[in-house]
Design a protein around this ligand. Structure first.
Ligand code: OXD
Ligand code: MN
Length: 592
């Protein structure tokens, strides 16, 4: 790599603690070269060219998808691996039953063995990065060391990398250490290990996004959630979106959904023609860092600078903004190709696949053409609905927190928690059918409190206690809502059209936040009066909307029993308040 040595030397000088750590990793991993990333455009282009020359990136159709490239993963390395992901706290209970745990000393020994000499013949890249705007007090920095140039390119899109981050690390005096090697991509030698007490991540044997782009799930959720608890804020698996009503009132909401439940689509929602005058602005599509602000409200920043979105299903109907934004300067991973070298995925209706994600001629007998978890990596600024407020160091004030699962049955379209503490129970009760974003069975219902099951870096009991405490710190806490876009009829049809029509639900939520809408007071919370939902021009049957706004007492009684069992799994770490809130629901259900 032709980088002026003086640039590297002066970068390295910026922070002695970083330099010392890089040196210790260098002597362990034995790379041929050490390269400090400066985050420049020239560097990005150089690395991309190298990957193309090595056949690891393939340029796509230059006329229709300029600046776009395809990366194909090892077929055994296409998703996060929760069973190989560990949280290593000194006390096992601190990691909680929601995490896999390993003794930190044992984990370090095992990882040392894997990392020993693993970069021989390779380049060690040092990526200083900042999660969040460089000048925000809410941002936090890290350094990822990796032997993958693909990781450097993705981190350059997804975070703010280079000199600015290193300067901030020198000022802050602290950073998250992330060490990554693709190793041999052998699933038997693959581990994603976190040491939250030491703000350290070690990841070996995978090149896939969530396992390898350490700024994302590993830092911005697992390590940051732990750090947030000690510092008095929240790191959450939430999109952040601004909504401007036809009357010109703007509210920001943050919303948590399990992986692959449409967060990116909701963050970039296009108002349907039947709702004129609404405007939607994207702040973030996956992660929110939420801090109590000086005014007693909750303020959010998006720690990321790009999107690592699921490609399948993206089309002008489901997400026109995303569809337009990924027509240039995008890295595609594990998509299929058309005959004229365009990227293709299931749901891209305006073309046909010719080559599947494994590089074979497409044959439907082999299954989908694109991998179901195929992805695009793209700068957030390419999103037509991108908001400059995403750069604001103060963040944006949050009016509502929204939680949604993927529930075929039970959960109504929308309901509001009675207050913050009840909202914590509502958020803790989200559950979802599993998706392709993680390896394992698809379609099994699992509890996924706050959509953080794979990402909370500590015991869920302590996590709920922290959430309850946060409510007490806020003079004007956001209201808390639960939504369910995925309810089905007995014959398996979706009762709600979803996508742009979800704005109808958001509009009701905002009216609640402004104190203008009444609601039905039910055992589980406040549900809309049907006449308060704007259904003008909506393709929803009256019996569907009745069903979507009905609470089925017997089914909810079963849900309470299930939830009680679930909370009990956390023993005495589970705050009594959670059981008290659940008892409240049980009693209201018993009263009918
Ligand atoms: C993601 C996920 O990649 O949640 O965002 O799996
Ligand atoms: Mn996610």
């Amino acid at each position: 790599m032709a980088t002026a040595p003086h640039t590297m030397v002066s970068m390295a000088k910026l922070s002695q603690t970083v330099t010392d750590w890089v040196e210790s990793v260098r002597s362990l991993t034995n790379p041929d070269r050490v390269y400090w990333c400066d985050g420049s455009k020239a560097e990005f282009e150089r690395l991309r060219t190298e990957l193309v020359e090595r056949g690891e990136l393939q340029p796509l159709n230059k006329d229709t998808f300029p600046g776009c490239y395809l990366s194909r993963s090892n077929p055994t390395d296409v998703a996060r691996v929760e069973h190989l992901t560990f949280v290593c706290t000194r006390d096992k209970t601190d990691a909680g039953p929601n995490n896999n745990w390993m003794d930190p000393a044992e984990a370090k020994g095992m990882m040392r063995g894997l990392f020993k000499d693993c970069m021989r013949g390779r380049t060690l890249y040092v990526i200083p990065y900042c999660m969040g705007p460089l000048d925000s007090p809410y941002s936090r920095c890290g350094v990822e060391i990796t032997d993958s140039a693909y990781v450097v390119l993705n981190m350059a899109i997804m975070t703010r990398i280079g000199r600015g981050a290193l300067e901030r690390i020198a000022r802050d005096g602290t950073f998250v250490k992330g060490l990554h090697s693709t190793g041999e991509l052998d699933p038997a030698r693959r581990f994603i290990v976190h040491f939250p007490e030491e703000l350290t991540i070690e990841s070996f044997g995978s090149g896939y996004g969530g396992n390898a782009l350490l700024g994302k799930k590993c830092h911005a959720l697992r390590i940051a959630s732990y750090q947030a608890r000690t510092e008095g804020w929240l790191a959450e698996h939430m999109l952040i979106v601004g909504l401007q009503s036809p009357q010109g009132e703007t509210h920001y909401v943050a919303a948590a959904f399990p992986s692959a439940c449409g967060k990116t689509n909701l963050a970039m929602l296009i108002p349907p023609d039947a709702l004129p005058g609404w405007k939607v602005f994207t702040i973030g599509d996956d992660i929110a860092w939420l801090h109590p602000g000086p005014d007693g409200r909750l303020w959010a920043i998006n720690p990321e600078a790009g999107y690592f979105g699921v490609a399948p299903g993206t089309n002008p109907k489901t997400n026109k903004n995303a569809y337009d934004m990924i027509r240039r300067d995008t890295i595609f991973t594990n998509v299929a190709l058309t005959a004229n070298n365009e990227p293709w995925w299931e749901g891209r209706k305006d073309a046909e696949p010719a080559i599947d994600w494994l590089g074979r001629p497409y044959d439907p007998k082999h299954g989908p053409a694109a991998h179901p978890n195929s992805r695009f990596t793209v700068a957030a600024t390419q999103n037509p609905s991108y908001s400059d407020a995403a750069h604001d160091p103060r963040g944006v004030p949050i009016s509502a927190l929204i939680f949604g699962g993927r529930r075929r049955e039970l959960a109504p379209l929308v309901y509001e928690a009675r207050d913050w503490a009840h909202g914590v129970l509502v958020a803790a009760s989200i559950a979802s059918e599993t998706t392709a974003a993680a390896t394992g069975a698809v379609g099994v219902v699992r509890r996924d409190p706050m959509a953080m099951k794979p990402f909370a870096g500590y015991n869920y009991g302590d996590y709920f206690a922290h959430w309850l405490e946060m409510g007490k710190k806020l003079k004007q806490p956001p209201r808390i809502f639960h939504v369910n876009w995925f309810r089905q009829s007995a014959s398996g049809e979706f009762l709600w059209p979803g996508f742009g029509d979800n704005l109808r639900v958001l509009a009701w939520i905002l009216e609640r936040c402004s104190g203008r809408n009444g609601a039905q007071d039910t055992a589980i919370g406040h549900l809309p009066h049907i006449e308060d939902l704007n259904l003008n021009g909506a393709d929803v049957k009256p019996e569907a909307i009745r069903e979507l706004t009905t609470v089925h007492t017997d089914a909810w009684k079963n849900e309470v029993t299930d939830m009680r069992k679930y909370l009990e799994e956390f023993g005495d770490r589970m705050p009594a308040e959670m059981f008290a809130q659940l008892e409240g629901v049980a009693q209201r259900l018993a009263r009918g």
